[in-house]
Design a protein around this ligand. Structure first.
Ligand code: GDP
Ligand code: IMO
Ligand code: MG
Length: 426
Protein backbone atom coordinates (compact mmCIF):
# COMPACT_ATOMS: atom_id res chain seq x y z
CA UNK A 1 0.00 0.00 0.00
CA UNK A 2 1.95 3.11 -1.16
CA UNK A 3 0.20 5.80 0.91
CA UNK A 4 -1.78 5.01 4.00
CA UNK A 5 -3.22 7.48 6.48
CA UNK A 6 -4.26 6.49 10.00
CA UNK A 7 -6.26 8.95 12.07
CA UNK A 8 -8.24 8.85 15.30
CA UNK A 9 -11.94 9.50 14.78
CA UNK A 10 -13.00 10.41 18.32
CA UNK A 11 -11.39 12.55 21.03
CA UNK A 12 -8.00 10.80 20.97
CA UNK A 13 -6.61 7.64 22.59
CA UNK A 14 -8.41 5.38 20.14
CA UNK A 15 -5.40 3.05 19.99
CA UNK A 16 -3.40 4.79 17.24
CA UNK A 17 -0.08 3.54 18.64
CA UNK A 18 -1.18 -0.09 18.49
CA UNK A 19 -2.76 0.19 15.04
CA UNK A 20 0.10 2.22 13.51
CA UNK A 21 2.62 -0.29 14.88
CA UNK A 22 0.60 -3.08 13.25
CA UNK A 23 0.50 -1.39 9.84
CA UNK A 24 4.14 -0.24 10.09
CA UNK A 25 5.18 -3.75 9.31
CA UNK A 26 4.59 -3.12 5.61
CA UNK A 27 5.58 0.57 5.53
CA UNK A 28 8.95 2.01 4.51
CA UNK A 29 8.41 5.37 6.18
CA UNK A 30 6.18 6.38 9.11
CA UNK A 31 5.39 10.07 9.60
CA UNK A 32 4.02 12.16 12.49
CA UNK A 33 2.57 15.29 10.90
CA UNK A 34 0.95 17.36 13.68
CA UNK A 35 0.74 17.88 17.42
CA UNK A 36 3.61 17.35 19.79
CA UNK A 37 4.31 15.68 23.09
CA UNK A 38 0.64 16.04 24.04
CA UNK A 39 0.22 12.70 22.24
CA UNK A 40 0.71 9.46 24.14
CA UNK A 41 0.76 6.46 21.80
CA UNK A 42 1.13 3.09 23.47
CA UNK A 43 2.83 0.25 21.65
CA UNK A 44 3.43 -3.12 23.26
CA UNK A 45 6.04 -5.35 21.66
CA UNK A 46 7.98 -8.43 22.71
CA UNK A 47 10.62 -6.00 24.08
CA UNK A 48 8.25 -4.20 26.42
CA UNK A 49 5.68 -1.40 26.74
CA UNK A 50 6.40 1.92 25.06
CA UNK A 51 4.53 5.20 25.32
CA UNK A 52 5.65 7.43 22.46
CA UNK A 53 4.94 11.14 22.65
CA UNK A 54 6.93 12.48 19.71
CA UNK A 55 8.52 9.63 17.81
CA UNK A 56 6.34 7.91 15.21
CA UNK A 57 5.08 4.51 16.35
CA UNK A 58 6.92 2.87 13.45
CA UNK A 59 10.20 3.52 15.28
CA UNK A 60 9.86 0.22 17.14
CA UNK A 61 10.38 -1.76 13.95
CA UNK A 62 14.12 -1.68 13.41
CA UNK A 63 14.35 -1.07 9.69
CA UNK A 64 11.67 1.62 9.31
CA UNK A 65 12.44 5.24 8.53
CA UNK A 66 10.57 7.72 10.70
CA UNK A 67 9.83 11.37 10.06
CA UNK A 68 8.84 14.16 12.44
CA UNK A 69 7.42 16.53 9.85
CA UNK A 70 7.17 20.32 9.52
CA UNK A 71 3.83 20.57 11.32
CA UNK A 72 5.02 19.18 14.65
CA UNK A 73 5.95 21.22 17.70
CA UNK A 74 8.93 19.48 19.28
CA UNK A 75 9.85 19.54 22.93
CA UNK A 76 13.62 18.85 22.70
CA UNK A 77 13.81 17.54 26.27
CA UNK A 78 11.05 15.03 25.64
CA UNK A 79 12.55 14.02 22.31
CA UNK A 80 15.95 13.27 23.82
CA UNK A 81 14.31 11.45 26.71
CA UNK A 82 12.46 9.26 24.24
CA UNK A 83 15.54 8.56 22.12
CA UNK A 84 17.52 7.58 25.23
CA UNK A 85 14.70 5.42 26.56
CA UNK A 86 14.54 3.56 23.24
CA UNK A 87 18.32 3.17 23.15
CA UNK A 88 18.22 1.65 26.64
CA UNK A 89 15.53 -0.74 25.43
CA UNK A 90 17.76 -1.78 22.52
CA UNK A 91 16.11 0.34 19.80
CA UNK A 92 18.43 2.60 17.81
CA UNK A 93 17.06 5.56 15.83
CA UNK A 94 20.38 6.45 14.18
CA UNK A 95 20.25 6.84 10.42
CA UNK A 96 16.48 6.35 10.24
CA UNK A 97 15.01 9.28 12.17
CA UNK A 98 14.50 12.53 10.26
CA UNK A 99 13.33 15.72 11.95
CA UNK A 100 12.12 18.70 9.98
CA UNK A 101 14.15 21.87 10.33
CA UNK A 102 10.90 23.76 9.90
CA UNK A 103 9.31 22.13 12.95
CA UNK A 104 8.85 24.56 15.83
CA UNK A 105 10.44 24.02 19.21
CA UNK A 106 8.62 23.99 22.52
CA UNK A 107 10.58 25.80 25.25
CA UNK A 108 10.09 25.90 29.03
CA UNK A 109 8.30 29.25 28.66
CA UNK A 110 5.67 27.61 26.42
CA UNK A 111 4.97 24.93 28.99
CA UNK A 112 4.81 27.46 31.80
CA UNK A 113 2.50 29.70 29.78
CA UNK A 114 0.22 26.79 28.90
CA UNK A 115 -0.41 26.13 32.61
CA UNK A 116 -0.55 29.86 33.41
CA UNK A 117 -3.29 30.43 30.83
CA UNK A 118 -5.24 27.46 32.12
CA UNK A 119 -5.22 29.02 35.60
CA UNK A 120 -6.41 32.35 34.20
CA UNK A 121 -9.29 30.62 32.41
CA UNK A 122 -10.61 29.58 35.83
CA UNK A 123 -13.92 27.71 35.34
CA UNK A 124 -13.38 27.68 31.57
CA UNK A 125 -10.09 25.81 31.45
CA UNK A 126 -9.55 23.56 28.41
CA UNK A 127 -7.87 20.86 30.43
CA UNK A 128 -4.72 20.88 28.28
CA UNK A 129 -1.91 18.40 28.73
CA UNK A 130 0.32 21.26 29.93
CA UNK A 131 2.90 20.33 27.28
CA UNK A 132 3.12 23.86 25.83
CA UNK A 133 1.31 22.93 22.63
CA UNK A 134 -1.08 25.90 22.38
CA UNK A 135 1.59 28.54 23.14
CA UNK A 136 4.09 26.98 20.69
CA UNK A 137 1.54 26.94 17.84
CA UNK A 138 0.52 30.48 18.81
CA UNK A 139 4.13 31.60 18.35
CA UNK A 140 4.26 29.85 14.99
CA UNK A 141 1.39 31.89 13.57
CA UNK A 142 2.49 35.02 15.43
CA UNK A 143 5.80 34.60 13.56
CA UNK A 144 7.98 34.62 16.63
CA UNK A 145 8.47 30.88 16.98
CA UNK A 146 11.85 29.17 17.05
CA UNK A 147 12.41 26.41 14.55
CA UNK A 148 14.71 23.42 14.60
CA UNK A 149 16.90 25.05 11.92
CA UNK A 150 17.61 27.91 14.35
CA UNK A 151 19.69 25.50 16.44
CA UNK A 152 22.45 25.74 13.83
CA UNK A 153 23.11 29.45 14.50
CA UNK A 154 23.76 30.07 18.18
CA UNK A 155 23.81 33.88 17.97
CA UNK A 156 20.57 34.00 16.03
CA UNK A 157 18.96 31.52 18.40
CA UNK A 158 19.91 33.62 21.41
CA UNK A 159 18.70 36.84 19.76
CA UNK A 160 15.37 35.26 18.81
CA UNK A 161 14.88 33.90 22.30
CA UNK A 162 15.72 37.28 23.80
CA UNK A 163 13.28 39.19 21.55
CA UNK A 164 10.59 36.66 22.19
CA UNK A 165 10.95 36.61 25.96
CA UNK A 166 11.15 40.41 26.20
CA UNK A 167 7.96 40.74 24.21
CA UNK A 168 6.17 38.18 26.34
CA UNK A 169 7.33 39.73 29.61
CA UNK A 170 6.27 43.17 28.49
CA UNK A 171 2.79 41.85 27.69
CA UNK A 172 2.50 40.03 31.02
CA UNK A 173 4.67 41.88 33.56
CA UNK A 174 3.90 39.34 36.28
CA UNK A 175 6.08 36.89 34.31
CA UNK A 176 9.15 39.09 34.88
CA UNK A 177 10.24 37.16 37.94
CA UNK A 178 9.45 33.72 36.53
CA UNK A 179 12.54 31.61 35.89
CA UNK A 180 11.03 29.98 32.79
CA UNK A 181 10.75 33.43 31.21
CA UNK A 182 14.45 34.23 31.62
CA UNK A 183 16.85 34.20 28.67
CA UNK A 184 19.61 32.33 30.49
CA UNK A 185 17.22 29.66 31.70
CA UNK A 186 15.91 28.90 28.21
CA UNK A 187 19.28 29.22 26.50
CA UNK A 188 21.02 26.89 28.96
CA UNK A 189 18.11 24.50 28.68
CA UNK A 190 18.24 24.24 24.89
CA UNK A 191 22.02 23.84 24.98
CA UNK A 192 21.54 20.67 27.03
CA UNK A 193 19.51 19.04 24.26
CA UNK A 194 20.50 20.56 20.95
CA UNK A 195 23.57 18.40 20.27
CA UNK A 196 21.46 15.30 20.59
CA UNK A 197 19.00 16.62 18.01
CA UNK A 198 21.07 18.27 15.35
CA UNK A 199 22.18 15.18 13.43
CA UNK A 200 18.57 14.28 12.75
CA UNK A 201 17.48 17.66 11.38
CA UNK A 202 16.85 17.49 7.63
CA UNK A 203 14.61 18.77 4.87
CA UNK A 204 11.87 16.22 5.50
CA UNK A 205 9.64 17.70 2.84
CA UNK A 206 12.19 16.63 0.19
CA UNK A 207 12.67 13.25 1.84
CA UNK A 208 8.93 12.60 1.71
CA UNK A 209 8.55 13.92 -1.85
CA UNK A 210 11.29 11.52 -2.97
CA UNK A 211 9.78 8.63 -1.03
CA UNK A 212 6.45 9.14 -2.76
CA UNK A 213 8.04 9.49 -6.20
CA UNK A 214 9.99 6.27 -5.76
CA UNK A 215 6.86 4.41 -4.71
CA UNK A 216 7.90 3.80 -1.12
CA UNK A 217 5.15 2.83 1.22
CA UNK A 218 4.48 5.85 3.45
CA UNK A 219 2.26 5.74 6.51
CA UNK A 220 1.00 8.99 8.05
CA UNK A 221 0.25 8.68 11.78
CA UNK A 222 -2.31 11.07 13.17
CA UNK A 223 -2.17 12.27 16.74
CA UNK A 224 -5.08 13.32 18.96
CA UNK A 225 -8.39 12.73 17.22
CA UNK A 226 -10.74 14.29 14.73
CA UNK A 227 -12.93 15.82 17.44
CA UNK A 228 -9.89 17.64 18.85
CA UNK A 229 -9.04 19.32 15.51
CA UNK A 230 -8.52 23.05 16.00
CA UNK A 231 -11.00 23.95 13.24
CA UNK A 232 -13.36 20.99 12.96
CA UNK A 233 -13.39 19.66 16.50
CA UNK A 234 -15.37 20.88 19.48
CA UNK A 235 -13.67 24.30 19.40
CA UNK A 236 -12.45 25.86 21.66
CA UNK A 237 -12.15 22.60 23.61
CA UNK A 238 -9.65 21.22 21.13
CA UNK A 239 -5.93 21.00 20.63
CA UNK A 240 -4.10 23.64 18.55
CA UNK A 241 -3.35 21.73 15.35
CA UNK A 242 -5.25 20.25 12.43
CA UNK A 243 -5.61 16.61 13.27
CA UNK A 244 -7.65 15.83 10.13
CA UNK A 245 -6.12 13.99 7.20
CA UNK A 246 -6.48 17.13 5.07
CA UNK A 247 -3.74 18.71 7.17
CA UNK A 248 -1.13 16.24 5.94
CA UNK A 249 0.11 17.90 2.73
CA UNK A 250 0.53 21.33 4.26
CA UNK A 251 2.19 19.96 7.39
CA UNK A 252 4.60 17.79 5.44
CA UNK A 253 5.52 20.05 2.53
CA UNK A 254 3.74 17.89 -0.02
CA UNK A 255 1.38 18.68 -2.87
CA UNK A 256 -2.19 17.58 -2.20
CA UNK A 257 -2.71 13.86 -2.82
CA UNK A 258 -5.35 11.23 -2.34
CA UNK A 259 -4.09 8.43 -0.08
CA UNK A 260 -4.54 4.83 -1.24
CA UNK A 261 -6.20 4.08 2.07
CA UNK A 262 -7.42 6.20 4.96
CA UNK A 263 -8.00 4.16 8.06
CA UNK A 264 -10.10 5.73 10.77
CA UNK A 265 -9.57 4.29 14.22
CA UNK A 266 -12.76 3.96 16.20
CA UNK A 267 -12.72 2.72 19.76
CA UNK A 268 -15.69 0.43 20.51
CA UNK A 269 -16.93 3.12 22.94
CA UNK A 270 -15.88 6.74 23.43
CA UNK A 271 -13.42 8.49 25.73
CA UNK A 272 -12.30 12.04 26.23
CA UNK A 273 -9.65 13.67 28.44
CA UNK A 274 -9.91 17.30 29.41
CA UNK A 275 -12.92 19.59 29.29
CA UNK A 276 -15.54 20.17 26.62
CA UNK A 277 -18.80 18.68 25.41
CA UNK A 278 -19.18 14.91 25.24
CA UNK A 279 -22.82 14.01 24.52
CA UNK A 280 -22.59 10.28 25.33
CA UNK A 281 -20.55 10.68 28.51
CA UNK A 282 -21.54 8.26 31.29
CA UNK A 283 -21.29 9.73 34.76
CA UNK A 284 -22.45 6.53 36.36
CA UNK A 285 -21.38 3.02 37.21
CA UNK A 286 -21.19 2.01 33.55
CA UNK A 287 -18.71 4.87 32.94
CA UNK A 288 -16.61 3.51 35.79
CA UNK A 289 -16.80 -0.01 34.37
CA UNK A 290 -15.55 1.13 30.96
CA UNK A 291 -12.74 3.16 32.58
CA UNK A 292 -11.63 0.27 34.72
CA UNK A 293 -11.88 -2.46 32.09
CA UNK A 294 -10.39 -0.29 29.35
CA UNK A 295 -7.68 1.07 31.68
CA UNK A 296 -8.75 4.51 30.58
CA UNK A 297 -6.12 6.70 32.19
CA UNK A 298 -4.15 9.22 30.12
CA UNK A 299 -0.88 7.93 28.63
CA UNK A 300 0.56 11.47 28.85
CA UNK A 301 -0.93 12.95 32.01
CA UNK A 302 -2.34 9.93 33.85
CA UNK A 303 -5.72 11.68 34.15
CA UNK A 304 -8.81 9.44 34.27
CA UNK A 305 -10.48 9.52 30.88
CA UNK A 306 -14.16 10.36 30.67
CA UNK A 307 -16.01 7.38 29.19
CA UNK A 308 -19.24 6.96 27.25
CA UNK A 309 -21.04 4.97 24.56
CA UNK A 310 -20.30 5.03 20.85
CA UNK A 311 -21.61 8.13 19.10
CA UNK A 312 -22.73 7.70 15.45
CA UNK A 313 -23.53 11.39 15.04
CA UNK A 314 -19.97 12.47 15.83
CA UNK A 315 -18.47 9.50 13.96
CA UNK A 316 -20.36 10.15 10.72
CA UNK A 317 -19.05 13.71 10.79
CA UNK A 318 -15.49 12.53 11.56
CA UNK A 319 -15.36 9.87 8.84
CA UNK A 320 -16.55 12.29 6.15
CA UNK A 321 -14.07 15.06 6.95
CA UNK A 322 -11.18 12.62 6.99
CA UNK A 323 -12.24 10.67 3.90
CA UNK A 324 -12.06 7.44 5.88
CA UNK A 325 -12.55 4.39 3.68
CA UNK A 326 -11.82 1.71 6.22
CA UNK A 327 -12.36 1.46 9.98
CA UNK A 328 -10.04 -0.19 12.48
CA UNK A 329 -12.16 -0.86 15.53
CA UNK A 330 -10.25 -1.12 18.81
CA UNK A 331 -11.00 -2.34 22.31
CA UNK A 332 -13.96 -4.52 21.42
CA UNK A 333 -12.76 -6.81 24.23
CA UNK A 334 -13.58 -4.10 26.77
CA UNK A 335 -17.27 -4.64 25.99
CA UNK A 336 -17.10 -8.42 26.70
CA UNK A 337 -19.63 -9.39 29.34
CA UNK A 338 -21.62 -6.13 29.23
CA UNK A 339 -25.23 -7.19 28.93
CA UNK A 340 -26.75 -4.09 27.33
CA UNK A 341 -24.75 -1.89 24.98
CA UNK A 342 -26.08 1.48 23.84
CA UNK A 343 -25.20 3.38 20.67
CA UNK A 344 -26.15 7.01 20.13
CA UNK A 345 -27.83 7.43 16.73
CA UNK A 346 -29.12 10.99 17.18
CA UNK A 347 -29.18 13.96 19.53
CA UNK A 348 -32.22 15.48 21.19
CA UNK A 349 -32.03 19.23 21.07
CA UNK A 350 -34.91 21.45 22.19
CA UNK A 351 -37.40 18.62 21.65
CA UNK A 352 -36.12 17.80 18.14
CA UNK A 353 -34.12 14.75 17.05
CA UNK A 354 -31.06 15.77 15.06
CA UNK A 355 -28.67 13.45 13.27
CA UNK A 356 -26.07 15.92 12.01
CA UNK A 357 -23.22 16.95 14.27
CA UNK A 358 -23.92 20.61 15.18
CA UNK A 359 -21.30 23.20 14.26
CA UNK A 360 -22.16 25.39 17.21
CA UNK A 361 -20.59 24.36 20.51
CA UNK A 362 -23.44 25.93 22.50
CA UNK A 363 -25.84 23.57 20.76
CA UNK A 364 -23.58 20.53 21.24
CA UNK A 365 -23.44 21.27 24.95
CA UNK A 366 -27.22 21.07 25.17
CA UNK A 367 -27.63 17.89 23.11
CA UNK A 368 -28.82 14.78 24.86
CA UNK A 369 -28.11 11.39 23.25
CA UNK A 370 -30.84 9.30 21.66
CA UNK A 371 -29.85 5.65 21.96
CA UNK A 372 -30.47 2.35 20.27
CA UNK A 373 -29.88 -0.70 22.42
CA UNK A 374 -28.07 -3.83 21.34
CA UNK A 375 -27.47 -7.06 23.23
CA UNK A 376 -23.98 -7.68 24.48
CA UNK A 377 -22.05 -10.95 24.52
CA UNK A 378 -20.83 -13.16 27.33
CA UNK A 379 -17.66 -14.76 26.04
CA UNK A 380 -14.18 -13.28 25.81
CA UNK A 381 -12.95 -11.93 22.48
CA UNK A 382 -9.34 -11.26 23.40
CA UNK A 383 -7.92 -14.58 22.20
CA UNK A 384 -9.84 -14.71 18.91
CA UNK A 385 -8.04 -14.31 15.60
CA UNK A 386 -10.87 -14.85 13.08
CA UNK A 387 -13.94 -12.71 12.52
CA UNK A 388 -16.10 -15.81 12.19
CA UNK A 389 -15.19 -16.85 15.74
CA UNK A 390 -16.48 -13.65 17.34
CA UNK A 391 -19.69 -14.04 19.39
CA UNK A 392 -22.78 -13.50 17.23
CA UNK A 393 -23.75 -10.30 19.07
CA UNK A 394 -20.27 -8.84 18.63
CA UNK A 395 -20.57 -9.49 14.88
CA UNK A 396 -23.95 -7.78 14.94
CA UNK A 397 -22.46 -4.79 16.78
CA UNK A 398 -19.89 -4.48 13.99
CA UNK A 399 -22.58 -4.96 11.32
CA UNK A 400 -24.61 -2.08 12.75
CA UNK A 401 -21.51 0.10 12.75
CA UNK A 402 -20.69 -0.69 9.12
CA UNK A 403 -24.26 -0.30 7.94
CA UNK A 404 -24.88 2.98 9.73
CA UNK A 405 -21.54 4.59 9.01
CA UNK A 406 -21.39 3.15 5.49
CA UNK A 407 -17.70 2.38 5.86
CA UNK A 408 -16.33 -1.18 6.16
CA UNK A 409 -14.67 -2.30 9.36
CA UNK A 410 -11.47 -3.89 8.08
CA UNK A 411 -9.69 -4.64 11.35
CA UNK A 412 -10.83 -5.42 14.87
CA UNK A 413 -8.41 -5.10 17.75
CA UNK A 414 -9.14 -7.40 20.68
CA UNK A 415 -6.34 -6.43 23.06
CA UNK A 416 -3.24 -4.24 23.44
CA UNK A 417 -0.75 -6.78 22.06
CA UNK A 418 0.46 -6.94 18.46
CA UNK A 419 -1.11 -10.29 17.66
CA UNK A 420 -4.54 -9.28 19.01
CA UNK A 421 -5.89 -8.10 15.67
CA UNK A 422 -8.62 -9.63 13.54
CA UNK A 423 -8.43 -8.89 9.85
CA UNK A 424 -11.95 -8.90 8.48
CA UNK A 425 -12.42 -9.58 4.79
CA UNK A 426 -14.06 -6.65 3.03
P1 GDP B 1 -3.49 6.41 21.20
O1 GDP B 1 -3.20 7.73 21.83
O2 GDP B 1 -4.61 6.48 20.21
O3 GDP B 1 -2.28 5.72 20.65
O4 GDP B 1 -4.04 5.48 22.39
P2 GDP B 1 -3.38 5.32 23.84
O5 GDP B 1 -2.14 4.53 23.71
O6 GDP B 1 -3.31 6.62 24.53
O7 GDP B 1 -4.53 4.51 24.57
C1 GDP B 1 -4.96 3.28 24.11
C2 GDP B 1 -4.76 2.23 25.22
O8 GDP B 1 -5.50 1.06 24.90
C3 GDP B 1 -3.32 1.78 25.34
O9 GDP B 1 -3.09 1.45 26.68
C4 GDP B 1 -3.27 0.52 24.48
O10 GDP B 1 -2.25 -0.40 24.88
C5 GDP B 1 -4.63 -0.05 24.70
N1 GDP B 1 -5.21 -0.80 23.57
C6 GDP B 1 -5.08 -0.58 22.24
N2 GDP B 1 -5.86 -1.42 21.55
C7 GDP B 1 -6.52 -2.17 22.46
C8 GDP B 1 -7.52 -3.20 22.38
O11 GDP B 1 -7.98 -3.57 21.31
N3 GDP B 1 -7.98 -3.71 23.56
C9 GDP B 1 -7.51 -3.31 24.77
N4 GDP B 1 -8.02 -3.85 25.86
N5 GDP B 1 -6.58 -2.34 24.88
C10 GDP B 1 -6.10 -1.78 23.75
P1 IMO C 1 -3.30 11.09 21.58
O1 IMO C 1 -2.46 11.31 20.35
C1 IMO C 1 -6.44 12.64 24.16
C2 IMO C 1 -6.59 16.98 24.67
C3 IMO C 1 -6.29 17.50 26.07
C4 IMO C 1 -7.18 18.73 26.08
C5 IMO C 1 -7.04 19.25 24.66
C6 IMO C 1 -6.02 20.36 24.50
O2 IMO C 1 -2.64 10.30 22.64
O3 IMO C 1 -4.65 10.59 21.22
P2 IMO C 1 -3.37 20.36 24.41
O4 IMO C 1 -2.36 19.93 25.42
O5 IMO C 1 -3.27 19.66 23.11
O6 IMO C 1 -3.43 21.85 24.24
O7 IMO C 1 -4.78 19.96 25.08
O8 IMO C 1 -6.67 18.15 23.87
N1 IMO C 1 -5.54 16.11 24.09
C7 IMO C 1 -5.65 14.79 24.00
N2 IMO C 1 -6.61 13.94 24.43
N3 IMO C 1 -5.38 12.16 23.48
C8 IMO C 1 -4.42 12.99 23.01
O9 IMO C 1 -3.43 12.57 22.21
C9 IMO C 1 -4.50 14.36 23.31
N4 IMO C 1 -3.73 15.44 23.04
C10 IMO C 1 -4.39 16.50 23.51
O10 IMO C 1 -6.65 16.56 27.06
O11 IMO C 1 -8.51 18.34 26.27
MG1 MG D 1 -3.02 8.57 23.71
Amino acid sequence: MPVRVIVGCQWGDEGKGKVVDYFSEDADVVVRFQGGANAGHTVITESGDFVLHLLPSGILRAEKKCVIADGIVIDPEQLIKEIIFLRDMGVSVKGRLFISGKAHLVFPYHKYYDKYLEKLRKGKAIGTTGRGIGPAYTDRVARCGIRAYDLFDEELLKAKLDDNLKLKRSLSPDLNQVEEFGLKYNFDWINRFKEGMMDFIKDTSKILQNALVSGDSVLFEGAQGMMLDVDYGTYPYTTSSNTVSGGIPVNCGLAPFIPDETIGIVKAYTTRVGEGPFPTELNDEMGDILRKRGREFGATTGRPRRCGWLDFVALKYALKINGVNSIAMTKIDVLDGIERILICDGYRYKGKLIREFPNNINIIEECKPHYIEVSGWESETSSLLEFEDLPQNAKEYIDIIENTLEVPVSHISTGPFRHQMIKKCK
